[in-house]
Design a protein around this ligand. Structure first.
Ligand SMILES: *Cc1c(COP(=O)(O)O)cnc(C)c1O
Length: 360
């Protein structure tokens, strides 16, 4: 069947997700395994979510609301945007795929930082796009080089903000400057999966940008800080024109009913998440202190994950795995000297530090 498959998919390397905890337990015969690999929130969602899901479960024989009416209403109030500026996805991953499907034809160009979130590359490759990879400079975006890479064939520029795996962010001034004299028919895909963790005053206020730039599209997710990764729900904010285009190719029931209820309930419990974001900040500071003590270099992060420099990422990842700790070996991203760890609970982080101390 390879012979008749779409030519564009033949060289695609499938995305390798972080190993699930149960799989590692089975494979290595370990009882106590922790996962600090996929930037999930280790505390889980607002406790109110569980009761809401239980109630909503009584209706799972019905199709979900394809328009996400209640979640949309809630976000309209929360973000102060209009309903036509919102679109929902089966995770924000789906919005990346929809954007590429809507705008990129074979031979078109997309601009992506390197290293960055792998789905941008994979989905672009499937579409037959020519990918222009722009290396980060000291783990920050090189916006000048990204702009210089624009041609008449450029359709989308991906800006992960903060980006994964670097954990660094772009400021309002940088993004404004980037947009200023850029062609207005290039979609700027601003991926804000970790938006809720960023407290810097100069961070981009993207909902303001959307009203001024019709080509800016922002994606966010309930998978990360909101703790709903297993349910798959994300949303996009953009001009009604862009949202309408993506809506045409969206599957009618792409966000399941339990996910809609969970997201709505989580969104209403802001005080739980404010506390949680503070806890992550405390843990991040305490990890930095430990890394310094162990003479480990790391990249300053504004998210719930950190890149740490080691001698050989694959070896360190394997040794941590043997001790029941799943982290990300960054060699898949071309960073053979880095591992990425998600900030866990205090107990998990202590275990990580103890293991690193043993290994190094
Ligand atoms: C995790 C992540 C996402 C997508 O998460 P979903 O679960 O699909 O919403 C998007 N972008 C980046 C940079 C991420 O790290």
């Amino acid at each position: 069947m390879r012979r008749v498959a779409k030519r564009t998919i033949l060289d695609v390397k499938p995305y390798i997700p972080g190993k699930p905890i149960d799989e590692v337990k089975r494979e290595l015969g370990l009882k106590d395994v922790i996962k600090l690999a996929s930037n999930e929130n280790p505390y889980g969602p607002s406790p109110k979510v569980f009761q809401a899901i239980k109630t909503a479960a009584k209706e799972i024989h019905r199709y979900p609301d394809g328009g996400c009416f209640y979640l949309r209403q809630a976000l309209v109030r929360h973000l102060k945007v209009s309903p036509e500026q919102l679109i929902f996805g089966n995770g924000s991953d789906e919005l990346i795929v929809l954007a590429i499907r809507a705008f990129v034809e074979e031979g078109d160009e997309v601009i992506i930082a390197k290293p960055s979130f792998l789905i941008y590359d994979i989905a672009s490759q499937i579409a037959g796009a020519k990918i222009k990879s722009i290396p980060l400079i000291d783990f920050y975006y090189d916006l000048k080089a990204m702009k210089a890479a624009v041609t008449e064939k450029t359709k989308i520029i991906f800006l992960g903000n903060p980006d994964n795996p670097a954990g660094t962010y772009l400021t309002q001034a940088q993004v404004e400057d980037f947009l200023k004299d850029l062609r207005s028919d290039i979609l700027i895909f601003l991926d804000e999966a970790y938006f809720e963790y960023v407290h810097a005053k100069d961070y981009v206020k993207s909902t303001g940008l959307i009203n001024r730039y019709k080509n800016v599209f922002v994606s966010r997710t309930f998978s990360k800080m909101y703790g709903l990764a297993g349910l798959r729900v994300g949303y996009g904010i953009g001009s009604p024109e862009v949202v309408d285009l993506l809506n045409r190719i969206r599957e009618p029931f792409n966000v399941n009913s339990l996910a809609q209820t969970a997201a709505l309930t989580a969104l209403a419990d802001q005080s739980y998440y404010k506390k949680l974001a503070r806890m992550v900040e405390v843990e991040r500071k305490s990890l930095y202190k430990e890394f310094k003590r162990l003479k480990l270099s790391y990249i300053q992060s504004c998210t719930n994950f950190i890149l740490i420099e080691v001698n050989d990422s694959t070896t360190v990842a394997q040794q941590l795995l043997k001790r029941g700790i799943i982290i990300r070996d960054m060699s898949h991203w071309g960073l053979t000297k880095y591992i990425r760890v998600t900030i866990g609970t205090q107990k998990e982080n202590r275990r990580l530090i103890k293991a690193l101390e043993e290994i190094l």
